[in-house]
Design a protein around this ligand. Structure first.
Ligand code: COA
Length: 203
């Protein structure tokens, strides 16, 4: 498949903060879609509350995180998907989206507009606690800042204590709540936000 890259150029960066094998972060191409789907099938369940129904998780993976969906995300305007690579393996991914939010709870919570959404952020357990996620976050925030927009936001499940701690370490603060539909149930998310360099409220 040809590799159209949408959005801004993420470039390539090796990050010595990762104490394992050298990692790099690049913009995804459609050639990465199948491997991204395989990683997502491992990492999405880790972000779900303990009482999520396995069939709901499986359905979300099959419908929202398939290779076809990844190819569509990669080619979508105003979306940029970053791959965390360790050698020739994808060890994580994030997605930065420059569409403006429409969810009423998100709009009510955010204090900075216009904004960028850090829509997805997942790292394979092999790389947890090793600095790789921090490298992916730094590149994701750089990418968000390159948009020129003054803020960045994300949603995270309220029970996902590890991710909440991680996002707080990387400058996000809680500004509200919203609901995320998984199967027939609604899960509760926190809305987190931070100012980007150059925007009002940035240092
Ligand atoms: C969220 C994620 C990207 C963070 O990457 P990581 O490598 O685990 O992050 P770090 O180790 O740098 O930071 C995690 C922090 O949470 C802490 N932590 C770990 N488990 C915790 C728990 N159960 N409760 C509270 N804090 C916890 C760690 O001690 C660390 O904090 P510290 O540096 O102050 O000690 C990664 O864990 C991940 O991909 N998880 C699965 C997918 C996911 O939940 N994605 C987010 C979707 S919104």
């Amino acid at each position: 498949m040809s590799g159209h890259v949408s959005g801004f150029d993420a470039g390539t960066a090796t990050d010595p903060a990762s104490r394992g094998s050298a990692i790099s972060i690049t913009t995804a191409t459609v050639d990465d879609a199948a491997q991204l789907a395989a990683v997502a099938a491992v990492t999405f369940p880790l972000a779900c509350p303990a009482d999520s129904l396995p069939e709901d998780i499986a359905r979300h993976i099959a419908t929202q995180l398939s290779a076809e969906r990844f190819a569509a995300y990669i080619e979508a305007p105003r979306h940029t998907l970053l791959c965390l690579r360790a050698g020739d393996r994808i060890g994580g991914w994030s997605m930065v989206v420059r569409d403006q939010p429409t969810d009423a709870d998100v709009l009510a919570a955010l204090s900075i507009s216009p904004t960028v959404e850090l829509s997805k952020f997942y790292v394979h357990p092999d790389h947890h606690g090793r600095g790789a996620a921090a490298a992916l976050m730094r590149r994701s925030l750089d990418l968000a800042a390159e948009s020129g927009l003054p803020g960045v936001w994300l949603g995270v499940n309220q029970e996902n204590a590890r991710a909440l701690r991680f996002y707080t370490k990387h400058g996000f603060r809680r500004v509200g709540t919203k609901r995320f539909r998984l199967g027939d149930r609604f899960e509760d998310d926190f809305i987190l936000e931070q100012a980007l360099p150059g925007g009002p409220g940035s240092a």
